[in-house]
Design a protein around this ligand. Structure first.
Ligand SMILES: [Zn+2]
Length: 431
């Protein structure tokens, strides 16, 4: 006689019940363990198969498509093939594009952005010629995306036609339907200035001058002592649009105001007033930080006869400074930005006249009250769009530019990229 269905149900229920009899406990546990182990294996196997299928589908169908950067036009946000050596004078890691120039020519003409030394001078004084590491371009992946709505400042890959054909990586700066223009070194869309956002500036900036900026170098500024001010100087020929990735190429050098001051605030006495003066050629911005919590920013326009007029003032609260505060002041694209821990605290447009000569002391750091210790102080710059280019009709697609406009072949040369040619957004690998 077979057991009634109720009895089976009871036995099963006994195992899953919270209180069980001692005799049935071991038997139930071993069968449960076998069941659990099997289900774990089965689940892992299914998960593994799905994972392999997903990876395979992605790579095969091209939702994720790995490539290597082959050219120099997106340096420094995406590096192409390059030579890497350490500066024989100061040890600063130097990096030169290897796709467009020979190492010997670079050595002949390069200048270290950290110590300002011309490397040719070191070579003629009897030093042994350094041997570079030759690196391939950055590995990147193309994310195809499902909605295919690309935004301004996205780095995208597309298939280009004609003379500059093939898979190409550039940054979108103009969107379909806009009237895009490059004028006065900045980008305009429908008559509105389009400054590069901080995330883009950060990925594009290169060092100009890192004075006495060693790992162990800390600058102490004290209002009560003689050292209360630090002028961030720049040698006369480095505050230009010249890019040190291409020392052997004849580049058109123009004075640039696309400068960034960066430093880390190691410590400060509460109530310290730290003053940063930023000069943009036809005026200056005075930023005052009352540490740890307040800031104020005032912009002054200067007339050619030297008189200055206060134009705009913004004040507010700083975010809480936990540990070291990373500060940056940017003058890129006719906008002053105050950045704390990678967050834009305030920004202000400044009207700029063309620069006749490079700005000698673009930034001054002054302690008016209290004391601070700062390190990693350095002057950086972002490439400037030197030439003028105008697209008078609404764009039929995307207007794209390389991050280094001096060597980039982009929409200024091959025109607009049709939306259906864009494959996807490019991101660095590993992320
Ligand atoms: Zn050096």
């Amino acid at each position: 006689m077979t057991a009634p269905p109720m009895a089976k149900l009871d036995a099963h229920d006994a195992c899953s019940a919270p209180i069980r009899q001692a005799g049935s406990q071991g038997r139930c546990h071993s069968s449960q363990r076998i069941g659990l182990t099997f289900s774990l294996y089965a689940r892992n196997a299914v998960f593994f198969v799905i994972l392999m299928l997903m990876i395979d589908t992605w790579l095969v169908s091209g939702i994720v498509y790995p490539i290597r950067v082959a050219g120099p036009s997106m340096m420094p946000s995406l590096d192409g093939p390059r030579f890497e050596i350490a500066c024989p004078q100061c040890g600063y890691p130097l990096c030169w594009c290897a796709a467009t120039q020979s190492f010997a020519n670079c050595l002949e003409r390069a200048r270290c952005p950290n110590c300002g030394t011309r490397l040719a001078r070191l070579m003629t004084s009897g030093n042994q010629q350094p041997q570079p590491n030759v690196r391939a371009g950055n590995p990147v992946v193309i994310l195809k995306g499902l909605w295919r709505a690309w935004k301004r400042w996205d780095t995208v890959a597309f298939y280009n036609a004609g003379e500059h054909g093939g898979l190409t990586v550039k940054r979108i700066v103009g969107l379909p339907g806009e009237r895009t223009e490059i004028r006065d070194g900045v980008l305009w869309a429908d008559g509105r200035l389009q400054p590069r956002p901080w995330e883009v500036q950060r990925s594009m900036c290169v060092p100009v001058n890192l004075p006495r900026n060693r790992e162990d170098s800390v600058i102490h500024l004290d209002a009560a002592s003689s050292l209360s001010q630090w002028e961030v100087e720049a040698t006369h020929n480095t505050v230009t649009t010249y890019c040190h990735f291409h020392p052997a190429l004849d580049q058109y050098e123009k004075p640039t105001r696309n400068l960034i001051l960066r430093f880390s605030l190691e410590r400060f006495s509460p109530g310290t007033r730290l003053h940063i003066r930023s000069r943009f050629g036809s005026g200056h911005v005075e930023a005052t930080l009352t540490l740890p919590s307040e800031f104020s920013v005032v912009c002054f326009d200067e007339s050619p006869d030297g008189t200055s007029t206060k134009r705009e003032q913004i004040s507010g609260k700083l975010p809480p400074l936990i540990g070291e505060g990373e500060f940056a002041v940017s003058l890129v694209d006719q906008h002053f930005l105050l950045i704390v821990n990678d967050r834009v605290i305030t920004q202000m447009f400044y009207a700029a006249r063309p620069l006749a000569k490079p700005i000698q002391r673009p930034f001054e750091v002054i302690v008016e009250r209290g004391s601070v210790a700062i390190h990693n102080l350095g002057l950086w710059k972002v490439s400037c769009y030197d030439d003028e280019h105008r697209w008078a009709d609404p764009l039929p697609g995307y207007y794209v530019l390389g991050d280094d406009p001096h060597v980039s072949l982009d929409s200024r040369h091959f025109g607009i990229v049709a939306p259906d040619r864009v494959i996807g957004r490019v991101i660095k690998w590993p992320f």
